[in-house]
Design a protein around this ligand. Structure first.
Ligand SMILES: C[S@@+](CC[C@H](N)C(=O)[O-])C[C@H]1O[C@@H](n2cnc3c(N)ncnc32)[C@H](O)[C@@H]1O
Length: 257
């Protein structure tokens, strides 16, 4: 039986790697590294650096594969993601069948943790459903960008005894400020925070967390919104890409809101 390891590699700093993740990479015959077009070359570079730094198994080899772009024209968001996953599942099925002999192990290096806004687990399940190649799989956790954000700002994620919501920029207005007091926002291409008008809201923002280009800004949203927009725009222009995440918060520990 082939074996697949879905390994969380942390969110930018190679030192996020857990000992369990390092051991998993060293147990693999093949290390699968996704590449995502030139502007995300740095993300593939972090994976290569991790392999160079921690993999001591001389028998293992790295196989890089291109991830197709998601097409959005003439389809709903759900259709677009579904078609995209189907295309990636076909690529994964081929990689597993062609690059691994029965009895061998392959590891997919997943940014952050595989359970958080990442579809590797559901794509691997999809590959299993195709029934073209037999394998078992395990998941190894990693440091998420949300953990990296809270650590960078030296804040706890939740207020005492209160809930937290994790959402995307596209859906932020459904959650904050009316539904949940602490909301973490990922995958925000529209800077949804800048459309929130609440004098009590605080923002804790971070870009390129864990990397040498890390930027963090925090404070009252009404006072920091423009500064974040400006820094974000500059950084994106200079680097050619950006990954950012933020926490919005109202209220305080021990209040009864
Ligand atoms: C496809 S999701 C992957 C999340 C990842 N699985 C995790 O555990 O953090 C990509 C989003 O995660 C966030 N992200 C990931 N790494 C980041 C980093 N180093 N700095 C800031 N945001 C990051 C951004 O919101 C980005 O749009």
């Amino acid at each position: 039986m082939r074996k697949i390891l879905i390994v969380g590699i942390g969110s930018g700093n190679p030192e996020h790697m857990t000992i369990q993740a390092i051991n998993a990479l060293n147990a693999a015959d093949v290390l699968f590294v996704p590449t995502k077009g030139a502007n995300k070359a740095e993300l593939a570079d972090v994976r290569r650096e991790i392999i160079g730094r921690y993999v001591t198994n001389p028998a293992s080899r790295t196989v890089e594969f291109a991830v197709p772009e998601r097409r959005t024209a003439e389809r709903t968001y759900n259709q677009s993601v579904d078609h995209w996953h189907a295309a990636i599942a076909d690529i994964h099925a081929r990689l597993i069948a062609e690059q691994l002999a029965p009895g061998q192990t392959g590891a997919f290096l997943v940014w952050g943790d595989p359970m958080l806004y990442d579809s590797t687990i559901r794509i691997i399940e999809r590959v299993r459903a195709l029934d073209t190649v037999e394998f078992e799989f395990s998941v190894l956790p990693g440091i998420t960008s949300l953990q990296a954000l809270c650590a960078a700002h030296r804040i706890p994620l939740n207020l005492v005894g209160k809930p937290v919501e994790i959402t995307t920029g596209r859906r932020l207005k459904e959650s904050f400020p009316n539904k949940t007091e602490t909301v973490a926002v990922m995958l925000d291409g529209e800077q949804a925070f800048s459309k929130i008008d609440d004098p009590d809201a605080m923002i804790y923002w971070g870009a390129y967390l864990g990397t040498p280009n890390e930027i963090t800004i925090s404070g009252r949203l009404s006072e920091k919104s423009d500064e974040i927009l400006e820094r974000r725009r500059h950084a994106r222009e200079a680097m050619g890409w950006i990954m950012d995440i933020y926490l919005l918060r109202k209220g305080a520990d021990f209040d009864e809101a």
